[in-house]
Design a protein around this ligand. Structure first.
Ligand code: CO
Length: 430
């Protein structure tokens, strides 16, 4: 699958079949197994040798994969790509059932910062995992119900006269619970359906974790086919690019690592987020000793890959006058003086060369001083490890909408650039 079209079709399938971070990690695991990577477990001893491909997951929703470098010396370091698996959305509360007015609704909790208005009047589905007890073990079994199961309904204009002129104000507790059906519809039926679909005996299910999502598949659109349309492009598109870049790379002197973390949208301080021990402990195990790890880290480089803001034509004045990334204009390098992004002049020069060696050109993003700048897993990962890096990502519009938009030609460009990075023997003066 070296052609751009093949990558794009694969990305569309990945986006559509990954309604939650855990589903994305399961899909990535399947892909890596098919590409010859070996699954290892944090509880076991690892006997990896130079050139070996491996991957490890933590809490089902984060994954680190890599290929050990053939260079025996620590001076070759790690070439790392980081991205995040989670997307903002709505999660079903425990004991969610709310009955009244002839309908059943489900209580939900907001995860991260979704654009809430985009969740209204869409035919929503649910996916997640069932916790099943097997003797003394609690295991997770993924489910994805698909199809239109519930709906967060807008009020009619006659109830909310000023909706178009004064804005659609949302009280998340009051307005978000989706309608699941009539008075007989129950949450337990949803869990039963999940068990049924997953082929699990319903009596073995202890609890369920369910998230809402939009089952409309990701697609290519626009008259000229230049638009990538779908949910969770932030940041599953960069997870996909990292995986494809790793799979397509030859083994090199440096160890190649991709880390796909959950929890970015809620601050990363979780068991398996970027602010956890996950990456550091994996790197320590493959380095062999503490001394070797520390020496390797000092010659390592990180690319933090996350969606970037393309200029929206109706809001062009919200961008810096010179730095206005456009869709299909190539990967974006993100720069911020307050270090919300980790890019320095040196690491920017390095990644610009990676993009150009892949045959593309890059764009730059810098915030206006009078607008708040976002951030990524870059600063956490780089500062925890002491590794220089660059923040980059493909340009997109409607970030955090239930259905986002990016450019179709940028995806192959990012895969090419990340491949250059993973195979690079370049160093940055410490
Ligand atoms: Co993101």
């Amino acid at each position: 699958m070296n052609d751009e079209k093949g990558y794009l079709d694969d990305l569309l399938r990945f986006l559509s079949s990954s309604p939650t971070a855990a589903h994305a990690v399961a899909k990535v695991s399947d892909s890596l197994l098919a590409a010859g990577f070996r699954r290892v477990d944090e509880r076991e001893a690892w006997d990896l040798v130079p050139g070996d491909g491996f991957f490890v997951t933590r809490s089902a929703s984060s994954l680190i994969a890599g290929r050990l470098g053939t260079g025996r010396e620590e001076k070759h370091g790690f070439r790392i790509v980081g991205a995040h698996t989670d997307s903002p959305g709505l999660r079903v509360k425990p004991q969610p059932q709310r009955r009244g007015e002839g309908l059943t609704r489900l209580g939900v909790e907001v995860y991260g910062s979704p654009i809430l208005a985009t969740w209204f009047d869409r035919d929503l589905s649910a996916a997640g995992y069932l916790v099943v007890r097997e003797d003394d073990r609690y295991i997770r079994i993924l489910f994805d119900l698909g199809g239109p199961l519930c709906r967060i309904a807008t009020p009619a204009l006659h109830i909310h006269r000023e909706m178009n002129t004064k804005g659609f104000k949302i009280n998340p507790e009051k307005h978000l619970p989706p309608i699941l059906g009539g008075p007989e519809a129950g949450y337990e039926d949803l869990v039963e359906m999940a068990a049924d679909r997953a082929g699990v005996d319903g009596s073995r299910v202890v609890l369920a974790h369910a998230e809402l999502y939009d089952p409309q598949p990701a697609t290519v659109g626009g008259l000229d086919g230049s638009l990538l349309l779908g949910g969770r492009i932030d940041n599953l598109a960069m997870c996909h690019a990292a995986v494809k870049a790793l799979e397509a790379s030859e083994s090199a002197t440096s160890s190649q690592i991709i880390c796909l973390f959950d929890s970015e949208e809620v601050g990363s301080r979780t068991l398996n987020g970027a602010d956890s021990t996950f990456l550091q402990t994996v790197l320590e195990r493959i380095a062999g000793s503490r001394e070797s790890l520390l020496r390797s880290l000092s010659s390592s480089l990180l690319v933090s890959a996350d969606g970037a803001h393309a200029v929206h034509p109706a809001y062009a004045d919200k961008h810096d006058p010179q730095s206005r990334p456009v869709l299909n204009g190539g990967p974006v390098i993100k720069i911020n003086a307050k270090q919300r992004y980790i890019s320095s002049a040196s690491t920017t020069a390095y990644f610009k060369d990676c993009v150009e060696r892949a045959g593309f050109s890059c764009q730059y993003f810098v915030s206006r001083n009078d607008l708040r700048c976002g951030t990524t897993i870059g600063p956490l990962t780089a500062s925890r490890l002491g590794v220089p890096g660059v923040d980059a990502g493909n340009p997109m519009i409607s970030m955090h909408s239930i259905r986002e938009m990016a450019g179709t030609s940028d995806h192959g460009a990012m895969i090419g650039a990340l491949r250059e990075h993973l195979g690079s023997g370049a160093t940055i003066e410490p």
